[in-house]
Design a protein around this ligand. Structure first.
Ligand code: KIV
Ligand code: NA
Length: 264
């Protein structure tokens, strides 16, 4: 298979081809999902929850991210891999440069960081130095202690307008991809229409340029909880390979997500 790059994802947005992505944390799953058509992989700091069994992403370290990024890269040499920058490892531009360099050298093609206007200088500096950035707006899990829980963001008009303005500022600063987490479908659509970089939604409705899910959620691994925005593709597919194949096909065709996976 040919190497996927940011240019591939930009082309998909321009042509209206939906982008499918999943998180992965090890080589075996990274290999399998890539073979089944998933367009890119995020080594998410959600590994704090699903791999380490913690109740937030706050305790995840740079060393954790390096280890899992290396594992994923070994399993999927041609995949486009994004690595999350952990909590408080990009609080100044200089700190961000060091951490991002380590993640790129571990095998990432891009780094992701959570937040709005305050990241403008950091994103400009990273891009200037050769490090592509994925921004992340809406629900910011690293800020769960400020937010007081995992809640849908941008329901009020004021907050929605603010999120759109942040998206525009981060694009202007040089962000090349944007994750939108848990926002009303109408806001996902509005931001996707206003920015020229691909938007990737998780609980952001059907109109973002692409979708992402935490792998464990779309495999229905938590028997007593399936997030509203997720769907159990293993139940439908019957095997891991078919679950990943169905997911990428249903994102591509627009069959997933539907209104039942979206917030109003
Ligand atoms: O860590 C993660 O899995 C993420 C996705 C939910 C976008 O950031
Ligand atoms: Na994350």
């Amino acid at each position: 298979t040919t190497k996927t790059s940011i240019a591939t994802l930009q082309k998909m947005k321009r042509e209206g081809t939906k982008i499918s992505s999943l998180t992965a944390y090890d080589s075996s799953f990274a290999k399998l999902m890539t073979e089944q058509g998933v367009d890119f992989i995020l080594v998410g700091d959600s590994l704090g929850n699903v791999v380490q069994g913690r109740d937030s992403t706050v305790p995840v370290t740079v060393d954790d991210m390096i280890y899992h990024t290396q594992c994923v890269r070994r399993g999927a040499s041609n995949a486009f891999v994004i690595a999350d920058m952990p909590f408080m490892t990009y609080s100044t531009p200089e700190q961000a440069y060091d951490v991002a360099a380590a993640l790129m050298q571990a095998g990432a093609n891009m780094v992701k960081l959570e937040g709005g206007h305050w990241l403008v200088e950091t994103i400009e500096g990273l891009k200037t130095r050769g490090i592509p950035v994925c921004a992340h707006l809406g629900l910011l899990p690293q800020s769960v202690n400020v937010l007081g829980g995992y809640k849908v963001q941008g329901k009020e008009q004021q907050q929605a307008d603010d999120t759109l303005n942040q998206a525009l500022a981060l694009e202007e600063a040089g962000a090349q991809l944007l994750v939108l987490e848990c926002v009303p479908a109408s806001l996902g659509k509005r931001i996707t229409e206003q920015v020229s970089i691909p938007t990737i939604g998780i609980g952001a409705g059907a109109d973002t340029d692409g979708q992402i899910l935490v792998m464990h959620d779309m495999l229905g691994m938590n028997s007593d909880y399936l997030p509203k925005f997720a769907k159990d593709f293993l139940a439908q597919g019957g095997s891991l390979a078919d679950a990943f194949r169905l997911y990428s096909e249903q994102v591509r065709s627009g069959e997933f997500p539907t209104a039942e996976h979206s917030y109003k």
